[in-house]
Ligand binder design. Structure first.
Ligand code: UDP
Ligand code: MN
Length: 308
């Protein structure tokens, strides 16, 4: 006699019991299969989630071009800060640190030109961004500048520079406009004036620079400027005919004649956040711009020691 068990008040055989169990398992399986996929809590790191979102959006892509040499401490602040700041705005971006790897004086504008050429295939707008200037106000939108360059660090809010034609610090330009003005001048070795020359290029091309709207913060609290003037000395030397030439508009040099070579490209992460470092050697035409290296000041001959 087959063994029997009691199931929900009915006496059934073990064979029947097995069939019922299998049936129930099958039905439960079917039910789970037709349930909509549960939105599992994403456990991916923030930047990966962000990159996925960016791909889905398929909109404008921003290359953050950081002219760079010897500012590693600032970079450690800059990268995490920019990810937090721009992820709140849902802006697809990538950071390119364009590092000058040669013995010439620092040339911010040429590095920006190199950064532009390096990124222009995949990115349709750039922001030239000082590594030591961190935006604090969420109303500073790093948006696609369809109608004209967008100067984020306006003279009303920049911690240090307040003249009306100032466009240094952080400036957003779309690819077509940067090309239209032939990029920036390559003549500016050492600190200063390259941004002012670029302002004249934009003006001559009848491109009006816009500034962010609805900003109620001021020079103290719109940006953090991590710049100690003693620790990070600005190279304000002028040698040869540098002063005369760099005070004038440069109608010759730009994107088309920049002389450089890229020595290496590195993909790094800082706090798990990705960035690209491009090591660039800028080549100087010493006949055209001898001030790419200033002569060392003559040290005074040591006074003769006399026996007393
Ligand atoms: N910079 C650099 N190394 C230098 C000089 C300048 O990396 O030796 C870069 C850096 O991104 C910096 C920007 O150029 O933020 C502008 O230079 P700086 O901060 O000296 O100019 P400021 O606007 O403070 O007068
Ligand atoms: Mn600075």
């Amino acid at each position: 006699m087959p063994r029997s068990v009691k199931f929900m008040g009915y006496r059934i055989t073990c064979a029947k019991c097995l069939t019922i169990c299998l049936g129930l398992t099958f039905l439960a399986g079917c039910y789970l299969a037709i349930l909509p996929i549960q939105s599992e809590k994403l456990t991916l790191p923030k930047h990966v989630r962000y990159e996925i979102t960016s791909k889905i959006q398929e909109k404008h892509r921003l290359a953050i071009i950081v002219p760079f040499r010897d500012r590693f401490e600032e970079l450690l602040h800059f990268v995490p800060h920019m990810f937090k700041f721009l992820n709140r705005q849902n802006v697809p971006f990538h950071i390119f640190v364009i590092q000058q790897a040669d013995v010439n004086r620092f040339n911010r504008a040429s590095l920006i030109n190199v950064g532009f050429l390096y990124t222009k295939k995949d990115y349709d707008y750039i922001v030239m961004h000082d590594v030591d200037l961190l935006p604090l106000n969420d109303n500073l939108k790093y948006e696609y500048p369809a109608f004209g360059p967008l100067h984020i660090s306006s003279p009303e809010t920049h911690p240090k520079y307040h003249y009306s034609t100032f466009i240094g610090g952080i400036l957003i330009v779309k690819r077509e406009h940067f090309e239209m003005v032939k990029g920036m001048s390559n003549n500016y070795w050492g600190w200063g004036l390259e941004d002012d020359e670029f302002y004249v290029r934009l003006k001559d091309a009848e491109l009006t620079v816009r500034r962010p709207e609805n900003i109620t913060t001021g020079t103290e609290n719109t940006f953090k400027h991590i710049h100690d003037k003693t620790y990070r000395r600005r190279d304000m030397r002028n040698c040869y005919n540098q002063r005369d030439v760099t005070r004038r508009r440069d109608r010759v040099t730009g994107l088309h004649d920049i002389n450089y070579s890229i020595h290496s490209v590195h993909r790094l992460t800082i706090d798990d956040l990705p960035l690209t470092v491009v090591n660039v050697e800028l080549k100087c035409n010493k006949t055209m711009t001898p001030w790419c290296r200033c002569p060392e000041p003559q040290s005074k001959p040591a006074a003769k020691k006399t026996k007393t």
